[in-house]
Design a binder for this molecule. Sequence first.
Ligand code: LLP
Length: 432
Amino acid sequence: MNNLLPISSQTATNGQLTIGGISVETLATTYGTPLYVLDHATIAHQVTLYQQGLAEVSPNYLISYACKANLTTGLAHQLNDLGVGFDVVSSGELKTVLKAGVSSNNIVFHGNNKLKPELAFAIENNIRIVVDNQSELEKIHEICTSLQKKASILLRLKPGVDTNTHAYIKTGQADSKFGIDDIYLDQIAEYIRAHSTLNFLGIHAHIGSQITELLPYLELVDVMSHYLKKFQFNYQLPVKELDLGGGFGVAYTKSDAIPNITDYLQKMVSKLILKCKETQVELPKIIVEPGRSLIAQSGVTLYRVGTIKEIPNIKTFVFVDGGMADNMRPALYQSKYTFEVGNRMTTPKTKTYSIAGKYCETGDILAENVPLPEISQEDIIVVAVTGAYNYAMASTYNRVGRPAMVMIKDGKIIELLKRETDEDLLRLDTGD
Ligand code: LLP
């Protein structure tokens, strides 16, 4: 089986792709298309890789799922049951994970411009806040004073580590909009020491997303070790929690090299332990914030083929019933994906097609020139590795509702999200 599909995928004798024993035809017919499908077994497997990587080197850790990658209440519930925490970046994400029963102690609140009501809601609910800048620190202090509460904070640092990923998803470099520049740290540390509303927990850095090399992470450990020492000895603010961010890459196509998560983590944490010994700093609790690498491969998107349009001597388009609004990554980042015809898994790939969506834009192309079996109308196109940043970034462009989402767990279907209908789209309109 193609290792980019969810791990419970199989091909039935009739050529149908099944996930957790359920055929994509059944899923597409029951729930309609486009449909996001998540495989619980794959998510559980990825969580285990993280747990193994961390538990062997440091028992005190939190895997904080960056739920911007994909979130519904039911999904949060399932992840909570697997023992992961949550990194949230808005009151919407925060309320979703609280509704799913996640303990405030397992939540980390991020963002470079958190709104005052969001901060107040987080403080009222005792959520850790990762502070992005001095003015946010001042806002937190004011809110704490008026609510007569304390806030537990980490500081987001700018580690100055560059990565070889897409420019839109780099975050650790000097000109990034995220994090505090080293030059401001003395005054920020003084501010924290002077305000008893602020309970300093530690420091955070995130170098970017879809990173497939180990070196930037080892550089990050070097930089953060330097700060552990500085906070403890120069600022008298010992770091109890060190959040190393997320960003581990995944394979979208067979030619992408996949980093071994367990190996990465062991190398990073072993280096950190050594550095802490050298500098006589106590090893803090380690937080990691994977988004994509926990969820991406668990997900596939199913589409129905509506029309096949041949442009003689140029290309043949296959038009599907979704496109850039449910997966904007090809248009935004020129991302490549892997495609299958879900009802013809055993048919040789003798044709070449360009897969285009239904949206009114020439750029609404999911892929150019993909080898596939000969396609007919009503066939099911399956796009692999769409569990992360697909639904999360979906739009209602052209006033088309967003797809439904289901999870397959233990051979059963759990509905996570209903399809957005035309009536749903009209619901918030005012005026005649
Ligand atoms: N922590 C922080 C502070 C982040 O900003 C992010 C992602 C993560 C953790 C999780 O990173 P991951 O493990 O998922 O790489 N829309 C883009 C990705 C944006 C990532 C934003 N921050 C895409 O579709 O590739």
